[in-house]
Write a protein that binds this ligand. Structure first.
Ligand SMILES: NC(=O)c1ccc[n+]([C@@H]2O[C@H](COP(=O)([O-])OP(=O)(O)OC[C@H]3O[C@@H](n4cnc5c(N)ncnc54)[C@H](OP(=O)(O)O)[C@@H]3O)[C@@H](O)[C@H]2O)c1
Length: 237
């Protein structure tokens, strides 16, 4: 455990997109934030000196141990690049092997905290959008379904959060639906990255999110419920 007593969080994927929003939110809430980066100089330039940047590449297991040393929780949002072609080899080595390597390194480092993993909705329900994404990022939803099973069968505490289509929109405005079913991937099932960032930070230490899997997408109308209330009804897997 870190000297600050449960305060140091490693964000894998914290150099971009949702992971970077999570890293910033954790910092605002006074966590010590460590970010894994393939290109530490670029990450440091973008994030600033308030963040600890540690070099590592998910596809190379032997690069990961330094990042996993003395962390209290791990948030994992990394994945093969979105919006362009990715070979099945790149998808498997990033979306599947990368998670396994992280879990292995965490176990070796004596990790006792929670592993909070970002997945996509639609890994269990067929849809046209899911079919097209599997064509572009070869079978990403298949590898992401398989890796969930590996996380669940590990002896670590975990939370799996499946998210809808991600949008760069402000957070906190729209209602969020939290459910434990298997929504299809479809544009109507969407959510802002900023809302997803809040969900991760809140779920990381919420007792009901321990060993639980849930899905988040925007609901109808304005946000009225607190995250704590939204997560209070979760059931463990
Ligand atoms: N776009 C959507 O609608 C959607 C929907 C559901 C789920 N998702 C998933 O949600 C996650 C977040 O998406 P996003 O668009 O917010 O972020 P993103 O821009 O896709 O960021 C991906 C992150 O993964 C990191 N990464 C990739 N390969 C890596 C490797 N080998 N080693 C270390 N880090 C690696 C990237 O680091 P670098 O800075 O080094 O590239 C980056 O920080 C992704 O996993 C994505 O697949 C996306």
């Amino acid at each position: 455990m870190s000297k600050a007593g449960g305060n140091r969080v490693l964000v894998v994927g914290g150099t971009r997109g949702t992971g970077r929003l999570i890293a910033r939110l954790l910092h605002e809430r006074s966590y010590e934030v460590r970010v894994l980066a393939r290109d530490p100089a670029r990450a440091f330039a973008e994030l600033g000196s308030a963040f600890e940047v540690v070099a590592g590449d998910l596809t190379k297991a032997d690069t990961l141990p330094p990042a996993l040393r003395d962390v209290d929780h791990i948030i994992f949002t990394a994945g093969a690049p979105s919006g362009r072609y990715a070979s099945e080899n790149l998808v498997k080595t990033t979306d599947y092997d990368g998670v396994i390597h992280t879990l292995t390194a965490a176990r070796s480092a004596g990790f006792r905290g929670r592993f909070v993993y970002l997945n996509s909705i639609g890994i269990k329900t067929n849809s046209l959008a899911g079919f097209l994404i599997n064509l572009l990022k070869r079978n990403t939803l298949v590898w992401r379904r398989r890796v969930e099973d590996k996380i669940r069968s590990s002896d670590l505490d975990y939370t799996i959060i499946r998210v809808g289509f991600l949008l760069d929109r402000p957070g906190g405005e729209r209602a969020v639906n939290v459910s434990q079913g298997t929504l299809p991937l479809a544009f109507r099932n969407r959510i802002a990255r900023a809302d997803v960032a809040e969900a991760f930070v809140e779920a990381m230490q919420h007792p009901r999110a321990s060993r639980a899997t849930f899905e988040i997408v925007w609901g109808k109308g304005l946000r009225r419920e607190s995250w704590s209330a939204l997560l209070d009804n979760l059931k463990p897997d």
